[in-house]
Design a protein around this ligand. Structure first.
Ligand SMILES: [Ca+2]
Ligand SMILES: [Ca+2]
Length: 160
């Protein structure tokens, strides 16, 4: 009985910590908070970016490195949707992939093995077909967003 109480306390403390870092419903990892969309609400790239701005003032996810990518893939393997938006496009210059939040050229990428230089496919999704490596699609394609906000950018009113 005491053990159960101690475990409950530990879980309670962990919950409290998460809530103090990220808004309700968001998942914390390495200084960022992530919000995963729902399979019953797929949207175009533009609508997905708007969705993220309206929810906590974030952007579609910007994947900085292999660790962040691996964390997100683990999350996606446990969820239903097979495709998810990344916040990146090569709309400006074909083959030059730029992150939407800060306009930086991608240094870390995880393209699925076939092409990622198709003229009419300027947006990227995580796809379960390649164990959630990245594939290019038309930006008018519809799938759920993954939103990201850096913890330090969270507006005080938003924190759960
Ligand atoms: Ca990131
Ligand atoms: Ca393209």
């Amino acid at each position: 009985m005491q053990l159960v109480l101690i475990i409950a306390l530990i879980i309670g403390i962990a919950d409290a910590n998460t809530l103090s870092v990220c808004p309700n419903g968001w998942i914390a990892y390495e200084g960022s908070c992530y919000l995963f969309g729902h399979e019953d609400n797929p949207m175009t790239f533009t609508a997905a970016e708007q969705y993220c701005r309206q929810h906590g003032g974030g952007h579609l996810i910007h994947v900085e490195n292999v660790q962040e990518n691996a964390f997100i893939k683990d999350q996606l393997r446990e969820r239903k949707p097979i495709h998810w938006w990344l916040g990146i496009t090569d709309e400006e210059t074909e083959g030059i992939w730029k992150w939407f939040d800060d306009d930086s050229v991608a240094t870390y990428t995880d393209f699925q093995p076939d092409d990622h230089e198709t003229l009419d496919q300027d947006c990227l999704i995580f796809t379960s077909v390649y164990d959630f490596r990245w594939a290019d699609v038309q930006c008018s394609y519809k799938c759920p967003p993954i939103c990201e906000i850096r913890s330090e950018h969270i507006e005080p009113g938003v924190v759960g």
